[in-house]
Write a protein of this length. Structure first.
Length: 480
């Protein structure tokens, strides 16, 4: 996406809207290219996947480092392992004094980080991909539908499959007119951002994803709104204004609990974010994000928990053929009696036991970690591999009577039949910290064969079921 953003930015959205960069931009690129660095090949692609030009870059001079980082930012390979550097961005923010307290108290928090250090943390290796409307969406202040219909055309590919075609001319026109672009699930495109979201999952048992927002105009991208989850905002490039709202008694940064429908007269504090600025915006905080006529790029990283609404809907679904199934006949029924029945019913089903059952179901349904491709090994196990459990948890729902010793579990929205060894390994693994084959074997029961070969076979089956994913490799001793 940074290549995508870079191309739009270099076109300036004011004059030449061609796909190729201007001669001035190419001269700027080649001035960086001539820096005394160790060369590697790097090709810049347009939004439709067409190569624009190839440069040689690796470790640029200080003069060009930020510029080239922005060009290479969204080029990466999915076949990689996290390094300690990938986690620097997460630790730089999450370990900062005051963040944890504000997070626990659901209080607003802000800080500034070093721009060059920030970009250095989110610079991935190269990959190129096509953008379709399920990954890129556009928004105007009062219209979230029309811009996408204008920029994307429904077409069929060479094999007759339906897909999207992105019209660059319409995209440029919409962005110049003030539309905001959103590249969704950027944690799947950049290792440092994915490490950030996975660190949130590990620390807080929360689901997390990241979106990138870019704009070039001078209007609001979404209008006044609030988010239904906590958000960490990281400004990567350019500047952007955030308006917050105040109540009649002077309470700043009002949430949905303090203000029903904000208007212009309720605008309170205004914050202009510059590169390196970081915010923690609690769930439900009213705000309006406004571009200021210059290119801007920022990330939002979500922190998502189950809600009372989720719990209520789950409860009603579990009991759908009991009282919730009953009709309400306004002309015939005693409404006071029905209300009394509802009160008694909900007091019976809402308790700590049902909430624990809901949370187990909720966390078994969701992945704590993204499953990466296993290429070229194709899920083959090596002694120095480490492993995470993919779902936050899972539910044992029975024993498979057709296959003695096989256990049925529910995880990630599906039922899986596991052997006792596979079940035990899945129970041993965590979504928070990885275990090697040797560490798994060290916790074994006397009743099982825990040779490397036996664990290898079970892990490969769990990998094929997408219940386990590999972590960073480390040296591990073979298990006899």
């Amino acid at each position: 996406m940074m290549q995508f953003y870079f191309q739009l930015s270099m076109a300036s959205l004011n004059g030449n809207m061609s796909q190729r960069p201007s001669p001035r931009d190419r001269r700027r690129w080649h001035s960086c290219k001539r820096s005394p660095i160790t060369p590697t090949s790097n090709t810049c692609y347009s939004m439709n996947g067409t190569p624009i030009w190839t440069a040689t870059t690796s470790a640029p001079s200080a003069k060009c480092s930020t510029y080239l980082a922005k060009v290479r930012w969204w080029s990466r390979s999915d076949t990689r392992e996290f390094t300690m550097t990938d986690f620097k961005l997460a630790k730089q923010i999450l370990n900062t004094d005051g963040f944890l307290e504000c997070y626990k108290m659901k209080a607003f928090w802000s800080r500034s980080a070093d721009e060059a250090l920030l970009l250095g943390h989110v610079e991935p290796p190269p990959i190129h991909y096509r953008l379709t409307n399920d990954r890129l969406r556009l928004s105007l202040e009062n219209d979230h539908v029309t811009p996408n219909k204008q920029a994307f055309r429904s077409v069929r590919d060479a094999f007759g499959r339906p897909t999207d075609f992105l019209s660059l001319s319409d995209l440029h026109r919409l962005l110049r007119a003030g539309a905001t672009g959103v590249l969704e699930a950027t944690n799947g495109l950049a290792s440092a951002i994915e490490a950030f979201t996975q660190e949130i999952s590990s620390r807080y048992d929360a689901r997390s994803t990241a979106n990138a927002y870019f704009s070039f105009g001078s209007t609001s991208g979404f209008g006044v709104h609030n988010d239904d989850h906590d958000v960490i905002v990281v400004q990567l490039d350019g500047r952007k204004t955030r308006n917050f709202f105040t109540t009649s008694n002077g309470l700043n940064k009002a949430t949905v609990n303090e203000l029903d429908t904000p208007t212009e007269k309720d605008v309170g504090e205004t914050i202009i974010l510059a590169p390196g600025d970081v915010l923690f915006v609690p769930k439900g905080t009213w705000h309006d994000v406004i571009a200021i006529g210059k290119p801007s790029l920022h990330l939002t990283i979500s922190i998502v928990y189950p809600t009372i609404l989720d719990f209520s809907q789950w409860l009603l679904d579990q009991n759908r053929y009991r009282l919730p199934y009953r009709d309400i006949r306004m002309a015939e029924d005693d409404l006071a009696l029905i209300a009394s029945d509802c009160t008694a019913f909900f007091s019976q089903i809402v308790n700590e036991e049902s909430m624990v059952a809901f949370l187990k179901t909720y966390y078994a349904r969701h992945a704590a970690r993204r499953i990466g491709p296993s290429l070229p090994s194709l899920n083959r196990i090596e002694p120095d591999d480490t492993f995470f459990r993919v779902p936050f948890s899972f539910l044992q729902i029975g024993i498979n009577e057709a296959a003695l010793g096989h256990i049925i579990i529910r995880a990630l929205g599906r039922e899986h039949i596991l052997t006792e060894r596979e079940y035990w390994i899945l129970t041993t693994l965590s979504h928070k910290s990885p275990l090697s084959v040797a560490e798994i074997a060290a916790t074994h029961s006397e009743s099982y064969d825990f040779s490397f070969e036996s664990i290898q076979g079970a892990l490969e089956k769990l990998l094929d079921k997408a219940l386990v994913t590999k972590g960073q490799r480390r040296v591990a001793a073979l298990v006899d």
